[in-house]
Design a protein. Sequence first.
Length: 320
Amino acid sequence: MAVREMAPKANGEACGVCGGRTYVIERRGDQAQARICACSEHCSVCGGRGHVLVEREGEFSQKMGPRRYEVMETCTCTKLRTRIARFDALGLPASAAHANFENYRSYEEAQDRGRSVAMQFAYQYVQGGSSKGYIISGPVGTGKTHLLAATLAHLALELGVRGRYVEISLLYATIRRGFQEGKSGGEIIGPLSEVEVLAIDELGKGRGSPFEMETLDELIARRYNAGRTTLFATNYSLEPERRAMRSAAPSGYRTTDDSRSAAREAELLRERVGERIYSRLCELCTFVEFPKETPDRRRPRQEMNAPMHHAAGNGRPQGR
Ligand SMILES: Nc1ncnc2c1ncn2[C@@H]1O[C@H](COP(=O)(O)OP(=O)(O)OP(=O)(O)O)[C@@H](O)[C@H]1O
Ligand SMILES: [Mg+2]
Ligand SMILES: [Zn+2]
Ligand SMILES: [Zn+2]
């Protein structure tokens, strides 16, 4: 990784601030933003010019024999600046600023799988090729947004990929505003259809109005047709049948209220987004589903360790 080669300080020690990564990620307002670490602000390779002269040797004619010549090459510090700009353009929320693969913890086997699916995607991503995306489904606070953010951050900072993160209700709101300004849906969706890797968070959320369904359908169809990769996270279940409803708890424990909330919980993504979109997702994405009992990381630890079925309702808030 060329960017990392700049990392060690002159005395060979990695920087204590960035750990040798040469950049720092921080919260700025409601966004996660990156900046060059102080240790790497001054580039000793190019002296701040952004490019370097590299000496090459080549043979142009037999008569002249091998000759040395110089070419201008982009310095690693320029690449770093580009990658930081790519990171800033992701639109990651401030709450995901620290998210990476290393600090992701698994409490369930499915979370382990989620992490490896996301990591494999990120590490094996080839620019310009067509990679299969992933969709992670699970209850609140289980690190779905964390994994989307970790993936996009890796792609931007290590490969310079142009990616984008969108929370679906913000997307709908932006498009609605655009309509009011006289823009067409296509005009607003256009740029999002073109980013190399798009992460759509909270898929299935919303009112399910015809406007929302058409917007989503158009966006996914455009990306699908262009062979671009889209990643998703959702609170809705991917299971092909309402299996979750039957298996929640021994039926003796359950009141009518419990069964009602279980039915709501088991709501399927397929029903939320419609057959057309769901069918495309099946083709475009690797599916990962975290079980209902996966602990919510936003809750205090004592509560997390308490047996879930003793908590009121079924131990988890319904939606947000
Ligand atoms: N498995 C995990 N390992 C490390 N941190 C986690 C994990 N799960 C959640 N977190 C942290 O907890 C917070 C909430 O996680 P995150 O936003 O990713 O949850 P989510 O699954 O997207 O929830 P929601 O369904 O409500 O959107 C974040 O700060 C995230 O970094
Ligand atoms: Mg989330
Ligand atoms: Zn540093
Ligand atoms: Zn340089």
